[in-house]
Design a protein around this ligand. Structure first.
Ligand SMILES: *[C@@H]1O[C@H](CO)[C@@H](O)[C@H](O)[C@H]1NC(C)=O
Ligand SMILES: *[C@@H]1O[C@H](CO)[C@@H](O)[C@H](O)[C@H]1NC(C)=O
Ligand SMILES: *[C@@H]1O[C@H](CO)[C@@H](O)[C@H](O)[C@H]1NC(C)=O
Ligand SMILES: *[C@@H]1O[C@H](CO)[C@@H](O)[C@H](O)[C@H]1NC(C)=O
Ligand SMILES: *[C@@H]1O[C@H](CO)[C@@H](O)[C@H](O)[C@H]1NC(C)=O
Ligand SMILES: *[C@@H]1O[C@H](CO)[C@@H](O)[C@H](O)[C@H]1NC(C)=O
Ligand SMILES: *[C@@H]1O[C@H](CO)[C@@H](O)[C@H](O)[C@H]1NC(C)=O
Length: 390
């Protein structure tokens, strides 16, 4: 979901004020594991269900991690499909009652970057805008002083009880130009951009410049986490396969030109098939031909308002694998995403976790990650992938 619509936003490099850079101390090299929870797990009242009404946290379906800004710890969406850090702020000019936000007035380490604003739009129509500044940001075991972030005061989204903002982890977010950088007003940033060369570098402060998504999710699953700086071999089975990323994009994107249903291999008909891994997208969005081939094997499946749905009583699904570079990755869980509708005769209809996309690329969201452990390595321009341990 929170993948940037590229034409709407402009992203800039990491912005550090000269003062913040001068006093910078490089964090010590150490790895850490950041607990991750899906919104519906963190707020069980909104847990999705195949028998009842699914409440708001489910429909948002976000992966949340806690980060600390100044001294305020806030849950933010962990999104490999975008690249800036922003949080709602007390400067929001609507009501904040009960919502999560960053109180700038209560932070002694915040420094506004004068004349800079950010304005970000995501593919699903959500987004925010506001002012830009620096503060101390702690993610797990790592503290970055003078990290740039956006403090939102305006929509189109509104502050939420469930999350305070979003941390974008597209390629470059850890080590390249765009680590923590919000989209800004380009016209007035040149002096600040000049200090980029001396910015602290998260990747270089880790034993290995990587992070790994372990998001088994679901009832009975182990604690999900984002592991920084190391690979945890207890979280996958078999061996990790290494897949090259496509160049020329900040997306975690690779070629994906084939799939299998019930063991029968197919090549996609679309030329230049490709997919990206996006923790900010809940569902698994595949080319229409793949969705059709999969749901042809699901009794009673049909499309309703563009969504693949099936009777909630369905328990048997075809086996599906999707191409990730030269590897076939299985999709074995989260196939039933929850209640979609109830028919006049009382039959409950559920939404599939796999849906068709009309985009030229596929988006492998949380439903994909529930079956696959993925290591993100921007420096090597690869991902590594293996079957997840549930
Ligand atoms: C919030 O402030 C912005 C910028 O001053 C303004 O454009 C917007 O209309 C305000 N929104 C509300 C709900 O007052
Ligand atoms: C923000 O923090 C300041 C200073 O602690 C406090 O006075 C103020 O009430 C807080 N504002 C909001 C909106 O929480
Ligand atoms: C541009 O930024 C500087 C500080 O970096 C600020 O003093 C100035 O007012 C800004 N200009 C505009 C037009 O916002
Ligand atoms: C943010 O950008 C969107 C899309 O360009 C625009 O519609 C909106 O008015 C902008 N918001 C602000 C506060 O500048
Ligand atoms: C960017 O800055 C210019 C001049 O400082 C200003 O006129 C313009 O409205 C700003 N745009 C946004 C989106 O803040
Ligand atoms: C799929 O593509 C591969 C590689 O281009 C080719 O070797 C194989 O024959 C194709 N399979 C089918 C069923 O078309
Ligand atoms: C309920 O209605 C649907 C749609 O007409 C039909 O396919 C299904 O068989 C019905 N189920 C029962 C138990 O009558």
């Amino acid at each position: 979901m929170p993948r940037i619509r590229p034409l709407l936003v402009t992203l800039l490099g990491l912005l550090y004020s000269a003062a913040a850079v001068a006093t910078e101390e490089q964090p010590q090299a150490r790895s850490f594991s950041l607990p991750a929870t899906r919104t519906s797990e963190r707020y069980p009242a909104g847990k999705r269900s195949v028998t009842g009404t699914a409440a708001a946290p489910h429909t948002s379906g976000h992966i949340l991690v806690d980060i600390t800004i100044g001294s305020q710890t806030l849950p933010v969406v962990f999104d490999t499909g975008s690249s800036i850090l922003w949080v709602w702020s007390n400067f929001y000019n609507g009501s904040l009652a009960g919502d999560l936000y960053y109180n700038i007035s209560a932070s002694t380490t915040w420094a506004q970057l004068p004349g800079l604003t950010f304005n970000i739009s995501y593919f699903d129509g959500s987004g925010s805008s506001g002012i830009v500044g620096t503060d101390k940001v702690t993610i797990g075991g790592l503290t970055v002083t003078g990290a740039t972030l956006g403090a939102a005061n305006s929509g189109p989204s509104t502050p939420s009880t469930y999350k305070a903002g979003l941390i974008g982890m597209e390629r470059g977010s850890m080590s390249g130009n765009r680590h923590f950088a919000p989209a800004t007003n380009i016209s007035n940033t040149s002096t600040i951009l000049n200090s980029q060369k001396t910015r602290p570098n998260i990747a270089s402060s880790l034993p290995s410049p990587i992070f790994a998504a372990y998001l088994p999710m679901g009832s009975g699953a182990a604690q999900s986490s984002i592991d920084f700086g190391y690979i945890d071999s207890s979280k996958y089975t078999g061996t990790l396969s290494t897949v090259p990323l496509m160049s020329g994009t900040a997306r975690w994107q690779f070629t994906s030109t084939s799939y299998s249903v019930n063991g029968v291999h197919h090549n996609v008909s679309i030329t230049s098939g490709k997919a990206l891994i996006d923790t900010g997208t809940a569902l698994l969005a595949v080319y229409p031909e793949i969705a059709s081939a999969f749901y042809a094997g699901v009794t009673g499946a049909y499309q309703d308002a563009g969504r693949w749905v099936f009777p909630c009583s369905t328990t048997t699904f075809p086996s599906l694998t999707l191409g990730v570079g030269g590897v076939q990755a299985p999709v074995v869980r989260e196939l039933n995403w929850g209640l979609w509708s109830t028919l006049a005769n009382g039959t409950k209809i559920c939404e599939g976790g796999i849906q068709a996309t009309s985009d030229t690329y596929m988006t492998f969201g949380q439903v994909f990650l529930a079956s696959n452990y993925v290591v993100f390595n921007d420096a090597a321009s690869t991902i590594q992938i293996a079957n997840i341990v549930f």
